[in-house]
Ligand binder design. Structure first.
Ligand code: PLP
Length: 384
């Protein structure tokens, strides 16, 4: 967590422990802090404070935005939703349930091999019964940034609500809900050095938002439950800091990222995933033929490098990442993936450690891999 964010939250565990919903003075101090946090978050997004709702995480924000638009659409007989095949599971699983349990029809747009969808695809998919378009701002695994403003424009012209999961974008690249024609937006504090388990949902004034947690009147009746004041204050502090430092953080990250990419792409039979033209500054996703991503991660962890592969380990079977499959990679290639997420707290030395460790581990794993032996002997064809 950002030191600024930690310092901002600490007084709310003792000095200002009052409940923001109570009338006594101590509670009012919490209430003021909550509203100041709302105003700060709104300012970072180009929104009004009254358009921000605090939630427990990015997943909750995604669920509320999608279910709300879906249920309001259904009241008008509109039960068609447009999304993409490479959304986060907070979106994909919500859509699956709406489809299975409530009879919605979901169109998942194909993602091009460069990790992008186009506004033209959205335009083509919109139907008279479309009640929602939900497309992520930036992909969490491959870091590609979608043409959000153009997609928003198409939706606005068609009168279809547009939600974006901006969990990976906020605090890293410029986000402005008004300029980018966004009706609803999800964010999560831990993606910009705020606390884990805190998020927010932006919902444009004039759009109806349904509540899914019933109880008290918190968040203007849209999300019951006593607010997590300390973490909300920390989220706002982290976001303000991330937005203020964005140009210099971004320049630093791009430099580190490109240095790592330049070296790791020298590894034979490797590939870099996702268009680098429309890309988050700190995300790298690569595939190495002939190895399993999990093995790579475990060996990197031994060397003190915390990375991920994007693969989900489900009941003992290793499923390749749905994102890599969505951009058209074959299973064999998608299995050998590595995702590195850099932050401004990373250093040149960290980059050097990655540059040294990854080729060593890839070589070690390939030497032990029966698949690699078959690739080298020509029994199996190289796919990269
Ligand atoms: N959406 C995206 C794109 C994400 O990357 C994540 C988390 O990694 C989420 C949603 C879920 O956020 P949270 O873990 O705060 O629920």
């Amino acid at each position: 967590m950002s030191k600024t964010a930690i310092e901002a939250m600490l007084p709310f565990f003792d000095k200002y422990y009052g409940n923001p919903s109570s009338l006594y003075e101590l509670g009012q101090a919490s209430k003021e802090a909550l509203e100041a946090a709302r105003a700060d978050i709104a300012a970072c997004l180009g929104a009004e404070p009254s358009e921000i709702y605090f939630t427990s995480c990015g997943s909750e924000s995604d669920n509320q935005a999608i279910r709300s638009a879906a249920h309001l659409g259904a009241l008008k007989g509109k039960k068609h939703i447009i999304s993409t095949a490479f959304e986060h599971h907070a979106v994909l699983h919500t859509l699956k349930r709406l489809e299975k349990e409530e009879g919605f029809e979901v169109t998942l747009l194909d993602v091009h091999s460069d990790g992008l969808v186009t506004a033209a695809q959205v335009k083509e998919a919109i139907r008279p019964d479309t009640c929602l378009v939900t497309i992520m701002f930036a992909n969490n695994e491959i870091g590609t940034v979608q043409p959000i403003k153009e997609i928003g424009e198409i939706c606005r012209a068609a009168g279809v609500p547009f939600h974006t999961d901006a969990v990976q974008a906020v605090g890293h690249i410029p986000v402005n809900v008004k300029e980018q024609n966004i009706d609803m937006l999800s964010l999560s504090a831990h993606k910009f050095h705020g606390p884990k388990g805190t998020g927010a949902l932006y919902c444009r004034k004039g759009m109806r938002l349904l509540s899914f947690i019933d109880g008290g009147a918190q968040e203007r009746g849209k999300r019951a439950g006593t607010e997590n004041v300390a973490e909300i204050v920390a989220m706002a502090a982290a976001m303000k800091e991330a937005c203020a430092n964005m140009p210099q953080n971004s320049a630093k990250l791009v430099k580190l990222r490109d240095k790592i990419i330049a070296e790791l792409t020298k590894i034979p039979h490797s590939r870099l995933n996702g268009s680098m033209e429309h890309h988050l500054p700190g995300t790298i996703n690569m595939c190495f033929e002939g190895i399993e991503g999990e093995g790579l991660l475990l060996h990197l962890d031994d060397k003190g490098i915390c990375a991920s592969s994007g693969s989900a380990c489900t009941s003992g079977s290793l499923d390749p990442s749905h994102v890599l499959l969505a951009i058209g990679l074959p299973h064999e290639v998608a299995h050998g993936s590595l995702r590195i997420s850099l932050s401004e707290y990373n250093t040149e030395e960290d980059a050097d450690r990655i540059i040294k460790a990854v080729p060593e581990v890839v070589e070690y794993l390939r030497n032990m891999s029966p698949v690699w032996k078959e690739l080298e002997s020509g029994e199996r064809k190289h796919l990269i």
